[in-house]
Design a protein around this ligand. Structure first.
Ligand SMILES: Nc1ncnc2c1ncn2[C@@H]1O[C@H](COP(=O)(O)OP(=O)(O)OP(=O)(O)O)[C@@H](O)[C@H]1O
Ligand SMILES: [Mg+2]
Length: 248
């Protein structure tokens, strides 16, 4: 369903992605790991049209994504979160979700009077467990709740493919656990790609993992296969025991 072939991204002569091949079948929850600067965010940027590859192809469903604008790719059903927050603090949780939901609709429909809460927004609220906070301003949310709101905002756009860049960074243990369950649940009826470093989190929630290193796919496999691979241990600071995921 998502297929990247020989994707190259060059920034001022520096190869951030150096021939990436990646296939993610429909309905999979795929984890993407790799040391700082490996190209994980760049990979998401390429899929979502923020960065144009120098060469290679990116296909999603039947469509070639290369050369399409970001909003066109959103309309094709690809949604993402950013490493930094995009929540409007002065708006309520519900208003943030509503705004996100309207992003995918044609412009003319926004000029019509809208009544009530759309089904997509209701669903996003329920899935992320934020119903009780619907009327609260986003500024008062805890870090974890804010991350869930961002995932909810993505769901409200009804994507088929979700790309999440470090969604559990900075979360408490309980929040991580809830997020892991949420991601597994979302993957029941979506394709999900999650960038995450934390090996404990991966052991609990990941099935298949792709390791990026210096703009290339280094290894792909189960969490056990990947964490036992000497090449993977090597790139994570050359440490032996459980080095994967411990950021400097
Ligand atoms: N717009 C840009 N211009 C120049 N260089 C860039 C740009 N974006 C990324 N890079 C470089 O490309 C490489 C890959 O960056 P990227 O952000 O994809 O890494 P990452 O795997 O997401 O790392 P992190 O774990 O720190 O988030 C890095 O060396 C980075 O400095
Ligand atoms: Mg990144």
């Amino acid at each position: 369903m998502l297929e990247l072939r020989d994707v190259q991204v060059v920034f001022d002569g520096f190869r951030a992605l150096d021939g990436v091949d990646l296939t993610v079948p429909e309905g999979e929850l795929r984890f993407l790991i790799g040391p700082n600067g490996a190209g994980k965010t760049t990979l998401i940027d390429v899929i979502t049209g923020l960065t144009r590859p120098a060469s290679g192809s990116v296909r999603f469903g039947g469509d070639d994504l290369v050369g399409r604008k970001e909003h066109q790719i959103v309309r094709l059903g690809v949604g993402r979160t950013f490493q930094t927050s995009v929540v409007f603090e002065e708006l309520t949780v519900l208003e943030n979700l509503d705004l996100a939901a309207s992003f995918r609709k044609p412009l003319w429909s926004l000029t019509r009077r809208r009544k009530g809460v759309s089904e997509a927004v209701e669903e996003a609220l329920a899935r992320t467990g934020l119903e009780e906070l619907a009327g609260s301003s986003a500024g008062v949310l805890s870090h974890g709740q804010r991350q869930w709101l961002e995932i909810g905002m993505l769901l409200a756009q009804r994507p088929r493919l979700l790309l999440l860049d470090e969604p559990v960074a900075g979360m408490s243990k309980d929040e991580r656990e809830r997020t892991g369950e949420l991601l597994t649940q979302i993957a029941d009826d979506h394709t999900v790609i999650v960038v995450e470093h934390d090996m404990d989190f991966l052991r609990r929630h990941a099935s298949k993992v792709t390791v990026l290193h210096e703009g290339k796919v280094l290894v792909e496999g189960s969490v056990e296969q990947v964490s036992a691979d000497p090449r993977v241990q090597e790139v994570y600071l050359g440490r032996r025991q459980d080095a994967v995921g411990n950021r400097p």
